[in-house]
Design a protein around this ligand. Structure first.
Ligand code: NAD
Ligand code: DAU
Length: 328
């Protein structure tokens, strides 16, 4: 297949492009705006064509979609803390951008897969979300992602566009921008910087190794039923504090680095996804959290040239604004 991968220069999109070109022999065109989170370096070893542009720009989308058999949309603003500080780009990209892409897919008559998140369901104290669970998003990030999902569903019902939605749980692995919990804690630990845990650190996340998510999306793209939603959850749940303790131990550090800081406003307590529906398509997660975290810590330790320019650039100013302290 020839795939248009929107947001393919980001963390999950670049891993997806790598998996699809290597394992499935797909041709890939990446359309990406290259925000702070999008990096051409993420695709250095992936054969692809590249179009630099925003999904909300119809001209860029028209150029990128030519000859594609399907559109896979990863393009998004993805950090909850940034959506609390500055929601503007979240509304534009998720609403207008998704709309422009859907129109282009409709005109081209190609299948459209929307990459979504478990955060659209909100927080769950016990049990797991199914695809039938109500949408109760908490943050500007998750609310605008939920809005995008509803728009996608409307293009199936109204225009008969072949749409599929994949909702993933928390991803981790190589090439993740270090504003997110795991890479932030790994890089801080490697530098001997404090490890900022929000609130009591007992919030639970459902961890999914990024290549498992990439393969789950591939399954839904090839075998998913048009109009359907597929949850893709990780095999393990863990409280943030326990994740940070594992990282302290894997990096040979001391728990005195851990610092409890002010909680995130509206912080969801727990995410948990039931993935029976995508499993029925033949997918299952292959990487348990313990193994995936070891691989991830090793990747960051071995790939200084990837993160050094980030950690010495704009990220420093972001870190100071968000955490009220400088990186060492
Ligand atoms: P990321 O922030 O690493 O990458 C996002 C990419 O989208 C970047 O390359 C960025 O330049 C690009 N982009 C942003 N706005 C754009 C626009 N208007 N036009 C074109 N490109 C644009 O994000 P990620 O973690 O790889 O997430 C990818 C997708 O997966 C998102 O839709 C996100 O909601 C979803 N998701 C993420 C996770 C997770 O744990 N990271 C879990 C479930 C679902
Ligand atoms: O669940 C899927 C979602 O996972 C995706 O849709 C989002 O794009 C992705 O960013 C992620 O959202 P989270 O908010 O769960 O991820 P984050 O890495 O920001 O935070 C994970 C948990 O760790 C959360 O409970 C907040 C906490 N945390 C995070 C940071 C950055 C801390 O305690 N300290 C921190 O410094």
């Amino acid at each position: 297949m020839k795939l248009l991968v929107c947001g393919g220069a980001g963390f999950i999109g670049s891993n997806f492009a790598r998996v699809r070109t290597r394992e499935n022999g797909d041709d890939v065109v990446v359309l990406d705006k290259l925000t702070y989170a999008g990096r051409r370096e993420n695709l250095a070893d992936v054969p692809h064509e590249f179009v630099h542009g925003a999904i909300e720009d119809p001209d860029a989308v028209r150029e990128a979609i030519a000859g594609a058999d399907a559109v896979v949309n990863f393009a998004a603003e993805t950090h909850v803390d940034r959506s609390i500080a500055e929601p503007d780009a979240f509304v534009r990209t998720h609403s207008q951008g998704t709309y422009v892409l859907l129109e282009a897919a409709r005109e081209a008559g190609v299948r459209y897969l929307q990459v979504s998140t478990d955060e659209v369901y909100g927080s769950i104290e016990e049990g797991s979300f199914t695809e039938q669970s109500p949408l109760q998003p908490s943050s500007p990030y998750s609310a605008t992602k939920a809005g995008a999902d509803l728009l996608v569903a409307s293009y199936f019902h109204t225009f008969g566009l072949e749409t599929v939605i994949c909702r993933g749980s928390n991803n981790y692995g190589p090439y993740q921008y270090p504003e997110k919990l795991i890479p932030l804690m790994v890089l801080n630990a490697l530098h001997g910087d404090k490890l900022p845990v929000y609130g009591d650190g007992q919030q639970v996340r459902n961890w999914l190794y990024v290549e498992d998510f990439a393969r789950g999306i591939g399954h839904a793209l090839e075998h998913g039923v048009p109009g359907e939603v597929y949850n893709v959850g990780g095999p393990d749940e863990e409280a943030n504090l326990d994740v940070v303790r594992r990282i302290v131990s894997l990096t040979g550090n001391d728990e005195s680095l851990i610092e409890y800081v002010t909680d995130r406003p509206g912080h969801d307590r727990r995410y948990s996804l039931g993935s029976e529906k995508v499993r029925a398509l033949g997918w299952s997660a292959q990487v348990r959290f313990e193994e995936g975290l070891e691989r991830t810590v090793a990747w960051y330790r071995d790939n200084r040239e990837w993160w050094a320019p980030i950690r010495s650039g704009d990220y420093r100013a972001y870190y100071e604004r968000q955490y009220g302290r400088s990186l060492g």
